[in-house]
Design a protein around this ligand. Structure first.
Ligand code: TRP
Length: 347
């Protein structure tokens, strides 16, 4: 049975969920649970394509899992799981690799950008090592989505090209082997784009360093400090435009549920009467309220989920059930044997 309205999305296991992740994606994911069946994934297999520490990865993925629950993803209604617990997706990735063109993959903007950074040695001490995994990144992403035959993928504009590739893979599979995959559509919801507090011309990201982001569960003192020192004027701005730093604070104030105050302050800005300390004070208060509530919810989750790893495995079971069914059908359509059953061997 086709399930075109199933929602699927993924998030990187960065250990700390930032307010940028929350306002820009996760808050929308929480809302979508009321409308559709949703499946959300912590993409630790994708994380292997960037420099990382093997000893930290499990913990980062677990932290992101907890953060998703604390932010309001409800494991009773929604399948929320860690990518590496579902090996069926990796196998589907191989099957898809055989119907993906190398030319298409090497033309992906994200691949070109990331491999250029690696090439000039600015990211990693391994210098110019560009893994085939980086090239395959969007094939695995297609396998994520199509393993669940999801029809609807809430992501930012930067993922549009990857989604186009996923549709192409679905189309090629269907036309060569018979229909199995609905073509997933990008759900581009209008979400606030939160910029770095230290450099408001760049998107907020944990990888830029601690001054650049605010964590969703961050302590009051440090939230206040980061907002107090947030960059407001970063050089000349075209007339009629608010500076990027002020714009970012207004975005945050609005996202925290105070759009009227933000509008008033925007008007004050143009009237030349806005005091930055007032804007910063109100934004900090709003963020402190949010992060305080989120910390409480996080503590609730940890109290409730007494065996977190058991919960992660329960979610894996649910996800594997769905992905396994799709994989079995894909294998059959492609003319492969069913998998043999493993037998324990003495070593
Ligand atoms: N590539 C996505 C990002 O960097 C994360 C991701 C992995 C994803 N698999 C996905 C998003 C499947 C949507 C659907 O944001």
């Amino acid at each position: 049975m086709a399930t075109p309205s199933r929602v699927y999305s993924g998030i990187q296991p960065t250990a700390v969920m930032t307010i940028g992740n929350y306002f820009g994606a996760v808050k929308n994911w929480v809302r979508l649970q009321d409308e559709r069946e949703c499946i959300y994934c912590v993409v630790d297999l994708h994380a292997l394509t960037a420099p990382y520490e093997a000893g930290d990865l499990r913990n980062s993925a677990r932290e992101m899992f907890v953060s998703l629950l604390a932010a309001g993803i409800d494991p009773d209604r929604t399948t929320v799981y860690i990518q590496s617990t579902v090996p069926e997706q990796s196998e589907l990735c191989w099957l898809f690799a055989t119907i993906t063109s190398l030319g298409d993959l090497s033309r992906m903007t994200q691949f070109k950008e990331k491999s250029a950074l690696l090439k000039d040695g600015s990211v990693d001490d391994e210098g110019s090592f560009i893994s085939a995994g980086l090239l395959f990144y969007p094939v695995l992403q297609a396998a994520d989505i199509l393993a669940y035959r999801a029809g609807c993928v809430p992501v930012g504009q930067d993922q549009s090209q990857h989604l186009e590739l996923s549709r192409g893979i679905a189309r090629r599979f269907n036309s060569r082997f018979g229909f199995l995959f609905p073509e997933p559509e990008t759900l581009l919801t209008h979400v606030p784009k939160v910029m770095s507090t230290a450099d408001p011309t760049r998107k907020m990201s944990k990888s830029l360093g601690p001054k650049h982001y605010i964590g969703l569960f961050e302590e009051e003192a440090s939230v206040r400090k980061k907002i107090r020192s947030a960059v407001t004027d970063s050089g000349a701005t075209p007339s009629g435009e608010v500076s990027p730093g002020i714009e970012n604070l207004l975005t945050l104030l609005t996202a925290c549920g105070h759009p009227d105050d933000a509008d008033q302050m925007r008007a004050d800005y143009f009237a030349g009467t806005l005091r930055y300390v007032d804007l910063k004070g109100q934004t900090a208060d709003a963020l402190v309220a949010l992060t305080g509530e989120m910390r409480e919810r996080r503590a609730d989750v940890l109290r409730r989920e007494t065996d977190l790893d058991a919960r992660i495995m329960e979610m894996a079971e649910r996800a594997r059930g769905m992905a396994g069914e799709t994989l079995a059908r894909a294998r059959e359509k492609m003319g492969l044997f069913p998998p043999g059953a493993p037998r324990a061997v003495a070593t």
